[in-house]
Write a protein that binds this ligand. Structure first.
Ligand SMILES: Nc1nc2c(c(=O)[nH]1)N[C@H]1C(S)=C(S)[C@@H](COP(=O)(O)O)O[C@H]1N2
Ligand SMILES: [Mo]
Length: 229
């Protein structure tokens, strides 16, 4: 797909989901909990019961896959018109994106104003072309981790496939060479060492969503534990 066609496909996909994106809790909650001045979307900068940390803590299941950047492959498959297998060079050839984001871990820490770069997930989604019946994604990490996202959360402009943090390649302990970052949801939605984006036609829960944490994962509603969803 040439760059112009990709831009159009991405704009069409965003238009299809614009209403649902605006209605997500992190953009529409009339009474969000938390403290501090408004963040980029009008929510309090710190969700309830969170403590700001200066560094960037590391949290995962303890398996650290080491994928040389040159061997990176991202599979995008499932309910899509065009399944993809993207190398790092393929990702770098796409329109790039950078963002300053806040990162909130459900265990109580928040790291504010992280500078990250890469490619918007919506760009890669547009390239693959989710079929009309697609509703969710299941993200797969090289460590066997999984997490699920609704398309209205996944297609937000601040959801990035992250290749750099600060001015450096994303460190391996934070999911390098490639991770996802979904800053408006609890950190467990932000899959590290991303191997595969599976587009699904129903909500298939991931590791923590099946093991006790909330599937909605909305920080400003203190939405932490699964409640028999
Ligand atoms: N592949 C993979 N991704 C993962 C995890 C994991 O165990 N494996 N843990 C999640 C959790 S619970 C959090 S809070 C963040 C932590 O990211 P960080 O270590 O970069 O702070 O990664 C998320 N993504
Ligand atoms: Mo977490």
């Amino acid at each position: 797909m040439d760059e112009r066609a990709l831009q159009i496909a991405e704009a069409e996909l965003e238009a299809r989901f614009a209403g649902r994106i605006r209605a997500t809790p992190a953009r529409s909650d009339p009474r969000p909990q938390g403290s501090g001045p408004p963040n980029r979307h009008g929510m309090p900068r710190l969700p309830p019961h969170q403590l700001e940390r200066q560094g960037w803590p590391v949290l995962d299941l303890g398996i650290v896959p080491r994928i040389p950047a040159a061997e990176l492959r991202l599979t995008v498959d499932g309910a899509v018109a065009r399944p993809l297998s993207l190398s790092r060079a393929d990702l770098l050839a796409l329109p790039g994106a950078a963002a300053e984001v806040d990162f909130h871990c459900v265990t109580g820490w928040s790291r504010l104003d992280l500078r990250v770069g890469g490619v918007r997930l919506s760009t890669v989604a547009a390239l693959a072309g989710p079929r009309p019946e697609a509703t969710h994604l299941l993200l797969h990490g090289h460590d066997g981790y999984t997490t699920n996202l609704s398309l209205e959360e996944a297609l937000k402009e601040d959801v990035l496939l992250v290749l750099t943090a600060g001015d450096a390649p994303l460190p391996v302990e934070h999911g390098g060479p490639l991770r996802l970052l979904a800053p408006e949801l609890w950190g467990y939605k932000s899959a590290k060492w991303l191997a595969r984006v599976e587009v699904t036609t129903r909500n298939v829960k991931g590791y923590w969503e099946k093991n006790g944490y909330s599937d909605g994962a909305h920080p400003w509603r203190n939405d932490r534990e699964a409640r028999g969803e």
